[in-house]
Every structure is written in structure tokens, then in C-alpha cells.
Ligand binder design. Structure first.
Ligand SMILES: *Cc1c(COP(=O)(O)O)cnc(C)c1O
Length: 378
């Protein structure tokens, strides 16, 4: 059976051009970037080229990019890094209730270590309240961490306004932009972001590679001790193929972003229109306007999401009930609860995240099978 994949917010396949760029570094060009002979120097050159491409996509300097083992590590590195480096100045952190577990669980751990964390509410669209942010700031606030784009409902947070507030009070701003980079235009200088997390596998590079942007001048305590790699901020022999792949994926994203956003938005809007026309009691989750191009999230009253996903799986359709991170865990999504859904409505959500290889015919097939499955399950 043909697999139709509508879960690009969970992960993506590696693009052919990305794989081709990586292959030599998995095979003959296997030198350690720290080695002095030419094979090592070649690997070193390749990772510096990749660093430039990542930097270009988000408009920072190459020496502000630190490669990591993925989005979760970048979030940990940013938040713990700032917390441990500044605990003599203050121990208060502000974040939101709808962050990814990589941010939320990191903050929970810091709370157990004596830090204080404020978790901002969001409105029914999933957007934080700037006034509440302003009120939450204290003399000892050392970090604001607000995601760029939410992974479940696709809401885009007002980062420009958030950074203006952070600057006013001289507080470091981190943004988990794993769902943002490669999906919406990101310019860390214009947006006033001090630290930003991104991950390879959400933009057609491999899993297990990511990056953290750290604005020059910002000091963090490093998490992984060892050698002097990544300018002494993250020890360990470099994942050269991963870095090369991430660089290529960022280069492609930069060139194709406008076209890709339009393509995905058209698919998404078509899907949303059809669902609302054909399934009258479908409840739309998230913001209609401030939304990433590829995401659509509906709750289908009375239809258990796990059963719906199994029915769709029988038809070769991959979709999600929220986030892959909470699958196998039947507790309702913290994001959907934060936007005001009851436990019942949070358990019946279906997240569709479109990608480049999806066609309009695929979307028709998807809609047809959602309708069929709902009929069978009700
Ligand atoms: C996927 C994701 C992460 C985690 O990235 P990994 O590379 O899987 O560790 C963090 N934040 C958001 C918003 C994500 O969607």
C-alpha cells in the first residue's frame, strides 16, 4: 500500500540532495575534523561550510552557530546553560505553558534545583499575553524562553514584541524554533532573538543533528565536557555527515522557503475548507492567521484520536493526535488544555502536518478516509 505521510511536524525523511551531500562523509571522507592531515582538514572545512549555510538561513554569523545532537539538546543547552551561568545574578525564568517537553521538563528540573519558573498562559489561539509577560518579569529574571512556532497547533508566537520587552529589561531571549526554521522566515537579528534552537529532522536533514544559535557575547555554562569542539561549548567528535546534511537542508530551505510556504498553505487551506464543509462538528484548534503553513489541527467530537489514527493507518495514512512525544501516553495534550479545551476535546484532536511530497490528490484521499473512519467510529 502506498504510504501517505501527513506528519511532517513529527519528523521528515532525508531529502535526496541532502543525502547525496552527506554520503562522502559517511564513506571515504571519514577524517576526524581535529586531525591535522588533509582528510581531517577536509572534514573541518565541510563543517565550517555547513555552519555558514545554517547561519545564512537565520541571518547570524557562522561563529554564532553551535551544532548539537538535535532540538532537545539545543533547548537544554540554552536553558540550563543560561541558568547555570547566571545563578548568581538571578534564578527566575519565564516560559509558556505550551512549550515542547524539551523546554518544559528542563524548566521543571531547574525548579527542583532552586530556580523559579513562571509558565505563561496562552489565549484560545495559543498566543501568549504580552502584558502577562511584562508583569511576570522580576529583578532576578535571567531568561525568557518562548517557542517560535508550536508543534501541535502551529501557532506563531509574537517574537518581535516579546524581544522588545526582553530588551527593555535586558533579559536574554531564547526561542525554540524547531518548528520555525525552514517553515517561516527567521531572521534572528531583526527578531531580536539571543538564542535559538533548531533541529535537522524537522527540515529534511537527519535525526540526531541540530544547532543552537548563541549571539556573540552571551555566556553559557556548557553541558558536555571533554574536548574543545564547537569552540569549547559542546565536546565530542563532530557528527560531520549530520552537520553537512543540516547545512544542505538549510541551504535548500533558504532558496525554496517562499514557494514551499505557498504550496503548503494552499494544501492546508484546502484541507481546512473541506473538513469544515463536510464534517460539521469538527472544531478548529489554534489560530487561523498566525499559523505555520503546513499545520491543521481539528478536534472531532466523540471520536477517540487513537482509534481514528489506527483506522487511518490501515489506509496507509500517517497523522498525529498531537505530538509524537506524547504518544503511548493517553493523558490529554498540555497544549490543547492550555488553549482551553476540555480533557474530552483534547483527546479527540487530529494534527495534520503537510510536506512537499503531498499532493492535492493525497489530501482528497486523506479527507475521504477521515470521513469514512469517523462514520465507522461514531
Ligand atoms: C521536535 C521538536 C523538538 C525536539 O527536537 P529533537 O531534534 O527531536 O530533539 C523540540 N521542540 C519542538 C518545538 C519540536 O517540534
Amino acid at each position: 500500500m502506498k504510504i501517505r505521510y501527513f506528519d511532517h511536524a513529527a519528523t521528515t525523511c532525508v531529502r535526496e540532495e541532502v543525502l547525496n551531500e552527506m554520503l562522502p562523509f559517511l564513506k571515504e571522507k571519514c577524517g576526524n575534523p581535529s586531525s591535522l592531515y588533509s582528510l581531517g582538514r577536509e572534514a573541518k572545512r565541510a563543517i565550517e561550510e555547513a555552519r555558514k549555510k545554517v547561519a545564512l538561513l537565520i541571518n547570524c554569523e557562522p561563529n554564532e552557530i553551535y551544532f548539537t545532537g538535535g532540538g532537545s539538546e539545543s533547548d537544554n543547552m540554552a536553558i540550563k546553560g543560561i541558568a547555570y551561568a547566571n545563578s548568581n545574578k538571578g534564578k527566575h525564568i519565564i516560559t509558556s505553558k505550551i512549550e515542547h517537553p524539551a523546554v518544559l521538563h528542563t524548566c521543571k528540573k531547574l525548579e527542583r534545583q532552586g530556580f523559579r519558573v513562571t509558565y505563561l498562559n496562552v489565549n484560545k489561539d495559543g498566543i501568549i499575553d504580552l502584558e502577562e509577560l511584562r508583569r511576570a518579569i522580576r529583578n532576578d529574571t535571567i531568561l525568557i524562553s518562548i517557542m517560535t512556532v508550536n508543534n501541535e497547533i502551529g501557532t506563531i508566537e509574537p517574537i518581535y514584541e516579546i524581544s522588545r520587552i526582553a530588551k527593555m529589561y535586558n533579559i536574554t531571549l531564547h526561542s525554540d524554533s524547531v518548528q520555525g526554521v525552514g517553515h517561516i522566515p527567521i531572521d534572528v537579528k531583526k527578531m531580536g532573538i539571543d538564542m535559538l534552537s533548531l533541529s535537522g529532522h524537522k527540515l529534511c536533514a537527519p535525526k540526531g543533528i541540530g544547532a543552537l544559535y548563541i549571539k556573540n557575547g552571551i555566556k553559557i555554562e556548557k553541558l558536555i565536557d571533554g574536548g574543545h569542539q564547537e569552540r569549547d561549548k559542546r565536546a565530542g567528535t563532530e557528527n560531520v555527515p549530520g552537520m553537512v546534511g543540516l547545512g544542505k537542508a538549510c541551504e535548500i530551505a533558504r532558496i525554496e522557503l517562499d514557494r514551499s510556504m505557498k504550496y503548503l498553505k494552499d494544501l492546508r487551506d484546502y484541507y481546512i475548507d473541506e473538513i469544515e464543509k463536510k464534517i460539521p462538528n469538527a472544531i478548529f484548534n489554534g489560530s487561523r492567521n498566525l499559523r505555520v503553513a503546513g499545520n491543521a489541527n481539528f478536534s472531532f467530537k466523540g471520536i477517540d484520536a487513537q482509534n481514528l489514527l489506527l483506522k487511518l493507518d490501515e489506509k496507509g495514512i500517517c497523522a498525529s493526535s498531537g505530538s509524537a512525544c506524547s504518544s503511548g501516553d493517553s493523558s490529554p495534550s498540555h497544549v490543547l488544555k492550555a488553549i482551553g479545551l476540555s480533557d474530552d476535546m483534547a483527546k479527540v484532536a487530529l494534527r495534520i502536518s503537510f510536506g512537499e511530497e503531498n499532493t492535492k490528490e493525497d489530501v482528497d484521499y486523506l479527507i475521504e478516509n477521515i470521513i469514512k473512519a469517523i462514520r465507522e467510529l461514531s
